[in-house]
Write a protein that binds this ligand. Structure first.
Ligand SMILES: Nc1ncnc2c1ncn2[C@@H]1O[C@H](COP(=O)(O)OP(=O)(O)OP(=O)(O)O)[C@@H](O)[C@H]1O
Length: 255
């Protein structure tokens, strides 16, 4: 069998502190294929962000093994880029400097990477912000800059932890559309953690439904092709979209 981008083999996590221990994740296994867009949904506290932190190499599993392109994950990887709910932009640096800083952390210098970053800025309608400071931008624009910074390093695996949850509905939809456009044609695999079931359905090929404490993987749901082929906005008016939303809702709400 071909190597997946990401393989989890009976991975579990117990957080230990001096006075406490939290059993966050029961053993879970999955395999994610190249180019897939997978969302993790589930009730608060079921371990979704823990899965992303494990994949990002920020924490280690208590048991089991995670492999990135067949190699055990032992720490942060240059092949992964991570985007969070907070844009984490540095207010004393311009948009351009924020983006180039991300690139230089990765050791990516030179005119080719800078040109690619500028191309992404244009794709996301941000060319005019190049010399502006984050404080001069709206929340939606700041998050678009954060998305450019995340994509500029050309990751093979993109991790998105509630990236649009602080935005209003209109901005969120706009960013979803932009993300789909940007990912289209690029060989990038993406994992998204979200509470927003509509967002999960509109963006994903596959939805992993988690639940329980410690968290487990309850169900894997393939999103129908007609939804995947539609834009996030158009998909929302499809009857299959609505029925999948209700199915997911019931699954998450069930004890
Ligand atoms: N660093 C940590 N130390 C101790 N416990 C933690 C830590 N991080 C998370 N937890 C606990 O692990 C469990 C799973 O947390 P996690 O953040 O992964 O869940 P989640 O599904 O992403 O939650 P939410 O949807 O609310 O963000 C929770 O009980 C949480 O309190």
């Amino acid at each position: 069998m071909a190597i997946g981008v990401l393989e989890a083999d009976q991975v579990s996590k117990v957080y230990l502190s001096r006075h406490d221990q939290v059993n966050a994740l029961a053993p879970i296994s999955f395999r994610i294929q190249p180019g897939a867009f997978v969302s993790f949904v589930g009730a608060s506290g079921c371990g979704k962000s823990t899965v992303l932190s494990l994949v990002a190499g920020l924490i280690s599993p208590t048991a089991g093994e995670l492999r990135l392109f067949g190699e055990p994950i032992k720490g942060p990887s240059q092949r992964i880029s991570y985007m969070l709910q907070q844009d984490c932009l540095l207010d004393w640096r311009t948009v351009e400097q924020n983006i180039t800083l991300g690139l230089s952390f990765r050791g990516s210098h030179g005119s080719k990477t800078a040109a690619h970053a500028r191309y992404l800025l244009a794709e996301l309608g941000l060319s005019h912000t190049l010399h502006q400071y984050p404080s001069q931008l709206s929340g939606g624009m700041r998050q678009r800059v954060a998305l450019v910074r995340t994509l500029a390093v050309q990751p093979e695996l993109l991790l998105l932890d509630e990236p649009f949850s602080a935005l209003d509905y209109q901005n969120k939809l706009h960013l979803e559309e932009l993300l789909v456009d940007v990912l289209h044609g690029r060989k990038m695999t993406a994992l998204l953690v979200t509470h927003d079931l509509e967002e999960a359905i509109a963006l994903s090929d596959t939805i992993y439904v988690m639940g329980g404490r410690p968290g487990t993987l309850r169900r894997i749901i393939e999103v129908p092709t007609e939804i995947r082929d539609a834009s996030p906005l158009a998909a929302r008016s499809m009857p299959t979209f609505r029925s999948l939303f209700i199915e997911l809702w019931k699954e998450i709400e069930s004890p």
